[in-house]
Design a protein around this ligand. Structure first.
Ligand code: IPE
Ligand code: IPE
Ligand code: MG
Length: 262
């Protein structure tokens, strides 16, 4: 069945799948390098995380200005609990304080805030603050900012599979009904376009259990710039690199060019 691998009916088939889009709809970022940024300055690691929050503000502003629809930020991975308890505690505190401080401003800028990840592991105060931030901004129509916190790509796929299994039990779903599209519907960001551009700062070239399923056809961009130094010009460079990519989704370059000319 030639062509059947090219999705046509679900959210994976957005129009930008076949045309070279200069601006991604969804940018997903692994904000790495805070610790090294601090160490270079002989500062404690948490100072790097604090400086990282300023960089987040900048990228959120850039995305809103450029009309990017979704910005997903990896803030804390399911593996980051392995860090020293003191650093984990400070990161949680920083998350709480940042939510307290920033939500009003985000709301007034029509930003919709979402948090993905296993949030039940968080302190109840933080869970409540997250729920409030989501509720306050739920109906906003501007940029959607997704914070991945205690998130892992494997966790996401596992919880989707668990939900599908419940359907098997409750609505007698057949195993043959389990398709990529069905599983996709149960993932954390099923209602959002898939990431077009993935950025990892800090020099490492790995995915570190970020969006495993959703990155299937995302353009990958790695930069040595440490996250707190990732300011507007660095972001523009990533967007420029993206604009030059030809996204083929399994097709040939000629097919893509033909579709664009059509
Ligand atoms: C990323 O920066 C922030 C989090 C993982 C919370 P790092 O803290 O990993 O910084 P490096 O990699 O040690 O420089
Ligand atoms: C990935 O960075 C997680 C976040 C940025 C939140 P890490 O610094 O934890 O990744 P590894 O451990 O170097 O792969
Ligand atoms: Mg790191």
């Amino acid at each position: 069945m030639v062509g059947s691998a090219y999705p046509t009916v679900n959210r994976m088939s957005k129009p930008s799948a076949v045309t070279l889009n200069p601006m991604p709809r969804h940018v997903a970022i692994i904000m790495d390098g805070n610790g090294r940024w601090a160490r270079k300055r002989l500062l404690p690691r948490v100072a790097g995380h604090q400086a990282g929050v300023d960089a987040v503000r900048g990228v959120v502003e850039s995305c809103a200005k450029k009309g990017i629809e979704v910005l997903t930020l990896f803030a804390f991975s399911s593996e980051n609990w392995r860090r020293p308890a003191s650093e984990v505690g400070l990161l949680m505190e920083l998350f709480l304080q940042t939510l307290k401080r920033e939500v009003k401003r985000l709301h007034s800028n029509n930003v919709r805030l979402r948090v993905i990840g296993e949030r039940t592991a968080f302190d109840p105060k933080l869970q409540q603050r997250i729920a409030e931030a989501e509720a306050t901004t739920r109906d906003n129509t501007g940029l959607t900012v997704v914070i991945a916190a205690n998130y892992g790509g494997r966790w996401d796929i596992t919880q989707a599979a668990r939900n599908v299994a419940q359907k098997v039990e409750i609505v007698a779903l057949k195993s043959n009904d389990i398709t990529p599209e069905l599983l996709d519907q149960h993932l954390s960001m099923s209602d959002l376009p898939e990431p077009d551009l993935f950025i990892r700062t800090g020099g490492e070239q790995r995915v570190s259990n970020f969006l495993l399923w959703q990155l299937a056809y995302t353009e990958l961009y790695f930069t040595d710039t440490l996250w707190p130094d990732f300011l507007a010009p660095a972001f523009d460079e990533a967007l420029l690199s993206f604009s030059k990519r030809q996204r083929r989704f399994g097709r040939t370059g000629e097919q893509v060019e033909q579709a664009q000319g059509a």
